[in-house]
Structure formats: structure tokens, C-alpha cells
Design a protein around this ligand. Structure first.
Ligand code: SF4
Length: 89
């Protein structure tokens, strides 16, 4: 979700902007979307570690990783781990 001032949060439920990952006035969306925080929080979501996927997620009753089909989760995890294993350029 993008706020009028450019702040980007991971969730449409984040009305108090607890899961802000950056600001579009400072970085392009692609950098935020593929950035370290988003990758780390995505992995935590997929693994069901909501306490590590953003401050709001810890106490959210909409914890949604289970809604993603298992084969897709496995595919995503494999790709994410392969990406993280590559040396940074
Ligand atoms: S766990 Fe809750 S707060 Fe976190 S992204 Fe999902 S719906 Fe939003």
C-alpha cells in the first residue's frame, strides 16, 4: 500500500503504518519490493513466523500465509533460497 506522502507499507490493514518499508520519495518501488526487508518479511510469512514479518503481523488475526497453496509456497521458498545463496554484487 502506498500512502499519499509516499510511504509504502506491506499491508492494506496497516492504517497506523507499522509495517512501513520505505518511501517512494526516496527509493523506487522496485527497490522496496525486492529489497532486503521485503524478502526477509516474505520468507517469515511463508514460514509462518509472523513475529518476524513486520510489527503489525505479530498480533494480526489475518495471518495469511496459509492461504497460499503449498506447491506455490515450496516453489517460492526454493527460488528465495537460491537467490539468497547467490553472492551479492
Ligand atoms: S499477517 Fe496481517 S498484518 Fe501481516 S501482512 Fe498479513 S494481513 Fe497484513
Amino acid at each position: 500500500m502506498v500512502q499519499v506522502d509516499g510511504r509504502v507499507t506491506t499491508c492494506c490493514l496497516d492504517e497506523h503504518l507499522e509495517n512501513v518499508i520505505g518511501n517512494l520519495t526516496e527509493q523506487p518501488l522496485a527497490a522496496l519490493w525486492g529489497g532486503e526487508t521485503m524478502q526477509r518479511w516474505r520468507l517469515a510469512q511463508v514460514e509462518g513466523r509472523f513475529e518476524d514479518s513486520g510489527p503489525l503481523c505479530t498480533r494480526c488475526n489475518w495471518q495469511s500465509a496459509g492461504a497460499y497453496p503449498e506447491p506455490k509456497v515450496a516453489e517460492w521458498l526454493q527460488a528465495a533460497r537460491a537467490r539468497s545463496a547467490k553472492p551479492a554484487r
